[in-house]
Design a protein around this ligand. Structure first.
Ligand SMILES: Nc1ncnc2c1ncn2[C@@H]1O[C@H](COP(=O)(O)OP(=O)(O)OP(=O)(O)O)[C@@H](O)[C@H]1O
Ligand SMILES: [Mg+2]
Length: 359
């Protein structure tokens, strides 16, 4: 490892240095069948406020590259090369590959944060979202409990969670998938990192929510000045958001270009094949028509397999706040069950009530 573990600088142009520079990165995993080379000689740079999209087929090494930036590789992995992260002010650098333990935890969150594909997996179901945001904040900065809570509410508001003063005390299951992803982004943003690595952040969401999350990521860049490494399979997302694109294939970067140049004139054969594989509107019409004509006659008038009539689902405001341990000591389990909705048995309500409450 040639790059220094930490260097500092005070020059005025420090803020323009790349937020991350990846040099000749190689990652392999020890497996029963021998070493698996997942990343092979990758060189990448991301400038402050830039959105770099990383695309490529499944297994090409995108996630492994992303995890290396945060030092999140498992112990079976061996990394060579350098991943030099700059802080947001551009005054200090760390080579993540050479860091471990406490130093790595410091860099994670303050210099770089990650947004994963599946927000439910990133959030702990037994803690309120506010507690989880505050935990990250207090792990990295000396802030009072009151100030941390204020900042949690503020960041929830900024990512578009309505009524954040109340919602800060809610649990992950009380949010929709899109809201959960906003909360994960809030957790990433609260420490104001120079770089967010987002690994397929919209794959688990429907298209309208996808558009909202992309808009939020765009705002992260424009309002917070955050650079973003965006891993995606969706070329529409690339065209919408990316400044530059790196195309990965079998652990290597086979092409890098601005988003405009990549779509206008792809150079590598693999990139041409990748872009040619993007489905286009109207392409599947003939196939869809053939399938439709093969359906049994009269299918429209057959008995429905499922039917909803007059279905209404309502969550009573404040019920879950009342289901927290501090406020439930005088409540009977049956009262909790009523409060939590008709699906909750008293036993279930009791189990739920053991979760930690306010931050
Ligand atoms: N913990 C691990 N142990 C062994 N091999 C691994 C491990 N993690 C990843 N790999 C291998 O590394 C290669 C790259 O995986 P990676 O997750 O980076 O792919 P990807 O480009 O993110 O794919 P996808 O688009 O499907 O998410 C794959 O061959 C994968 O099998
Ligand atoms: Mg992946």
């Amino acid at each position: 490892m040639s790059a220094p573990t930490e260097t500092t600088t005070s020059t005025a142009d420090a803020t323009r240095r790349p937020v991350v520079t990846i040099q000749d990165l190689a990652v392999s995993f020890a497996t029963d069948a021998g070493a698996v080379r997942a990343v092979d000689g990758v060189d990448l740079q991301v400038a402050p406020g830039e959105v770099l999209a990383v695309v490529g087929e499944s297994g090409s090494g995108k996630t492994v590259t992303a995890k290396t930036i945060l030092g999140l590789l498992p112990s079976t992995a061996t990394a060579r090369g350098a991943v030099v992260l700059s802080n947001k002010a551009g005054t200090a650098e760390h080579d993540v590959v050479a860091l471990d333990g406490e130093r790595l935890r410091q860099v994670r969150g303050t210099d770089v944060a990650m947004v994963f594909q599946e927000p439910s997996a990133a959030l702990n179901p037994v803690f309120t979202v506010g507690w989880q945001i505050v935990e990250g904040l207090r792990a990295h900065a000396k802030v009072s409990r009151r100030e941390a809570r204020r900042r949690a509410i503020d960041v929830l508001r900024r990512v578009g969670i309505p009524d954040p003063e109340t919602r800060v005390d809610h649990y992950p299951h009380q949010f929709s998938g899109g809201q959960k992803q906003r909360i994960v982004i809030a957790m990433a943003l609260v420490l104001d990192p120079g770089l967010i690595v987002a690994d397929e952040p919209t794959t688990a969401l429907d298209v309208t929510v996808q558009a909202e999350i992309l808009d939020l990521l765009r705002r992260c860049r424009d309002e917070f000045g955050t650079a973003i490494v965006l891993i995606t399979h969706n070329m529409g997302v690339v065209a919408d958001l990316a400044d530059r694109v790196a195309v990965m294939y079998q652990g290597k970067v086979v092409e890098q270009a601005t988003a405009h140049d990549l779509f206008a004139a792809p150079q590598a054969d693999y990139t041409k094949r990748l872009l040619a594989a993007v489905p286009r509107i109207g392409e599947g019409v003939a196939r869809a028509e053939a399938r439709a004509s093969a359906r049994a006659a009269g299918w429209e008038s057959a008995e429905p397999v499922v039917e909803a009539q007059g279905l209404t689902i309502t969550y009573r405001a404040g019920c879950d706040a009342r289901a927290s341990p501090r406020s439930t000591t005088s409540r009977s389990p049956s009262a909790l069950a009523r409060c939590s909705g008709s699906w909750a048995s008293p036993a279930r309500a009791r189990r739920r009530s053991r979760a930690p409450s306010r931050v």
